[in-house]
Each structure stands twice: as structure tokens, then as C-alpha cells.
Design a protein around this ligand. Structure first.
Ligand code: AMP
Length: 389
């Protein structure tokens, strides 16, 4: 698709963001610093983006009249969350508001089965997998792929929600019951062969209207209970692995004709293979450290890309690490913020969520240091101090 010589959207214009979470909040902070107005479209009023947006439109994404009324003031719409119905993005695009990335990118990446089909069609390496719609199909897929394997719901999964690891044949029945038997009939699922990876990495990249693509350095990601725990850059991986990940990301963004920011997560196997895990059509948790560590943050880059402006430099100024703060950090009461901030090089980001539920992303810490190892040590020490450990 050619986006032609569309004119850039300049400061003073109003940018729309679909979703009201922390990624929208950090996008709004970057955009407002650059002189834009930002309005979020959310299905809840009390959302993190409300603290930094000029306005939050609260409504039902399925309500065409609401979308039409909201669209009037917007110069462009982008995403901060992929569990927004693709129909809402299509409805906005039909109202002549540029939606960047375009709604098909959301449609493909919000569903694991469609995303895997896209990867296979375009020859991008990923884990062996099967799409299953019944218990019999699941049994057959387990026989073909072997165990261990991971069963994932095709739609509406994130942070390990909608996932079950299958280790023994006796796990099949419980996994199907937990994920396959939806309230309105069987759900579509994807069974993935277990990848015995050496590490996980991700690449956040931006692609402009003219097809120019810039990537941030790949981040090494450690997960705990399927939720991102710590990201660090540089990753310390061989140049060949990094180059493969960056080049694959560039090709994926080009194949999807992304205008905006997207993140591709990868498994790096013990033999050095780089397998795509998933694609997010937006900024990513593993890119938060770019706020302090890079010449342009992933959020400022998202503003530039969706507005048709030149992309910024992704050069990293110092090794960095980011640690997520989940609701669990409040288990022993209010965290010890002062102790955490006493660690040199540490910055605190809190998203303004009032209820610290276990597993809920409440904020994050970033540390800069002379090496990635030292940045990880600083950020994890700060988090331990904050928890009173
Ligand atoms: P996902 O939501 O698909 O990114 O999965 C969350 C996390 O679960 C990943 O970041 C991995 O740590 C783990 N995981 C998911 N799929 C697999 C797999 N096929 N093999 C090994 N680990 C996996």
C-alpha cells in the first residue's frame, strides 16, 4: 500500500489513542511534550491514560455513533492495546481518520491463529504449532507436536492469560476444559510445541509513511509466571542473532505495511535460531527503558511515525534495565519508594492505578549503569528494597 506524500500531522493537532492503559499514558506524555493534544478512546473512565490525556472519551467500541462523534476532532488514531475490536478501528478508518497502523494489522496480530498463519505464509520462522477447535483436534495436535507443549487461546490473551502448559497426556482434558470450553461454545486455540529457548528477546521498531524503518537495540527479556519481569539492553547476544532479529522485524513491519510502532518478541534457541513468538502492533513493555536510555523513546517514536514525521535516532546513551512493579509489590503494604530511589541511576514510573492486584502492572523501575549486568543489579536491588526485602 502506498501512503504517498501524505502531509505530516503537526504539533497542535489532536492524536487519538485506542485504549486507556499505561502505554497510552506514556504516549500522551510524549505527544504533549511535543505540542500535540491527545484524546483516548476507552471503555473505562478511570484509566491510566486519563491522567495525561486532554480528554478521555468513554464508550463502547461497538457503538458506531460514538466513534463517529469522537472521530471528528482526531487527526490520526493509533493503538496502545490490541484487545480493541478491529471493527472499531475499521469504523474509524471508514470515517476518513487515518488509523496507523491500519486496522488489518490489528486484525492479524490480535489473534494468535491469524498471526501464525501470517508468519507461515511469509516464511518467518516460529514455533511448531497447530490451530485446534475441538478436543479431538487437540488430541491429534498433541500427537503430532509431542509434549511438552503450550495451549493458548487465539484471542484475548496477554501476560500469560489464556495459556496452559501441557506436560503429560493426562493434562489434555483439564487444559481443554480450562481454555477450549468457552461459555458460548468451543474457543479457537493454538497448540505450540515447547521451545527450549536460551533466552527471549524483543525488537521495538517504527516504520514511517515512506517505509523508512528504525529499530531499537534488541532487549533481553526475563519472564516470571509468563509476565515480563526484567528487560535489559544490550542483550549480550552474538551480533549474528541481533542482526537476524532486527532484519526479521524490519521485514515483518514491511510485510504488514505498518505505519507506526510495533514490537516483535522472539525465542532464541540454544542452537542460535531466532523464532518469532508474537507481534504487538504498538509500543511494548520491553521498550520502556528507551525513555531514559535512548535519544528517542519508543513513545516519541510512535508520535513521529503516526504523524508522518522523520523518525528519531534510536541510539542508546547507556546500558539499561527495566523491572516491572506488579501489584504483588504492595503485599506488605505501601512500598518503600524512598529506599528504591536511593539506588543510583534508578527512575520510578507509576501508572496511577488505584488497586494493586497481584499480577497487575502498576509501574516500573529503570536503571542506567556502565553495563547491562550492573543495570540489572541496580534495578532488581531497588525493587527488593521497595518490597522491604
Ligand atoms: P506469550 O503470551 O505467547 O508471549 O507467552 C508468555 C511467555 O510464556 C513467553 O514469553 C515464554 O516465556 C512462555 N512461552 C510461551 N510460549 C512458549 C513456547 N512455545 N515454548 C516455551 N515457552 C513459551
Amino acid at each position: 500500500m502506498s501512503h504517498g506524500a501524505a502531509r505530516p500531522i503537526l504539533p497542535g493537532a489532536t492524536l487519538g489513542i485506542l485504549g486507556g492503559g499505561q502505554l497510552g499514558s506514556m504516549f500522551a506524555q510524549a505527544a504533549k511534550r511535543m505540542g500535540y493534544r491527545v484524546e483516548a478512546l476507552s471503555d473505562v473512565a478511570d484509566c491510566p491514560a486519563a491522567r495525561h490525556c486532554d480528554r478521555v472519551h468513554v464508550g463502547d467500541y461497538a457503538d458506531g455513533d460514538w466513534l463517529a462523534a469522537v472521530a471528528k476532532s482526531l487527526a490520526v488514531v493509533t493503538f496502545e492495546f490490541e484487545n480493541v475490536p478491529a471493527e472499531a478501528a475499521r469504523a474509524l478508518a471508514a470515517l476518513s481518520v487515518p488509523v496507523r497502523p491500519h486496522p488489518d494489522v490489528l486484525f492479524i496480530t490480535q489473534d494468535r491463529a491469524r498471526e501464525k498463519a501470517f508468519l507461515v505464509k511469509h516464511g518467518f520462522a516460529c514455533a511448531p504449532h497447530r490451530t485446534v477447535r475441538s478436543r479431538d483436534e487437540l488430541e491429534a495436535a498433541v500427537r503430532e507436536l509431542g509434549l511438552p507443549a503450550v495451549l493458548k487461546t487465539a484471542a484475548f490473551g496477554y501476560d500469560g492469560k489464556g495459556q496452559r502448559k501441557l506436560v503429560a497426556p493426562t493434562d489434555v482434558a483439564a487444559a481443554w476444559e480450562a481454555l477450549g470450553d468457552g461459555p458460548t461454545g468451543p474457543c479457537e486455540l493454538v497448540l505450540e510445541g515447547w521451545v527450549d529457548f536460551e533466552c527471549e528477546i524483543s525488537v521495538v521498531a517504527a516504520r514511517g509513511l515512506d517505509g523508512e524503518t528504525t529499530a531499537f537495540a534488541p532487549s533481553r527479556n526475563a519472564h516470571a509466571h509468563h509476565i515480563l519481569d526484567v528487560s535489559s539492553v544490550p542483550s549480550g547476544l552474538p551480533e549474528r542473532v541481533l542482526a537476524t532479529a532486527v532484519e526479521t522485524t524490519r521485514k515483518i513491519l514491511a510485510s504488514l505495511d505498518v505505519v507506526g510502532v510495533a514490537c516483535v518478541e522472539y525465542f532464541v534457541t540454544r542452537s542460535g535460531e531466532v523464532l518469532v513468538n508474537e507481534i504487538a502492533p504498538r509500543t511494548h513493555n520491553s521498550g520502556h527503558l528507551t525513555i531514559e536510555a535512548c535519544e528517542t523513546s519508543q513513545f516519541a517514536q510512535q508520535v513521529r511515525a503516526v504523524c508522518g514525521l522523520p523518525l528519531g535516532s534510536t541510539r542508546q546513551l547507556a546500558p539499561a534495565a527495566m523491572a516491572n512493579l506488579l501489584g504483588d509489590c504492595w503485599e506488605r503494604g505501601e512500598p518503600d519508594w524512598a529506599a528504591a530511589l536511593g539506588v543510583p541511576g534508578v527512575s520510578l514510573h507509576l501508572y496511577g492505578k488505584s488497586e494493586p492486584r497481584p499480577g497487575r502492572k502498576m509501574g516500573h523501575l529503570t536503571a542506567l549503569a556502565a553495563t547491562a549486568e550492573e543495570a540489572i543489579a541496580r534495578v532488581t536491588r531497588a525493587r527488593s528494597l521497595l518490597r522491604g526485602e
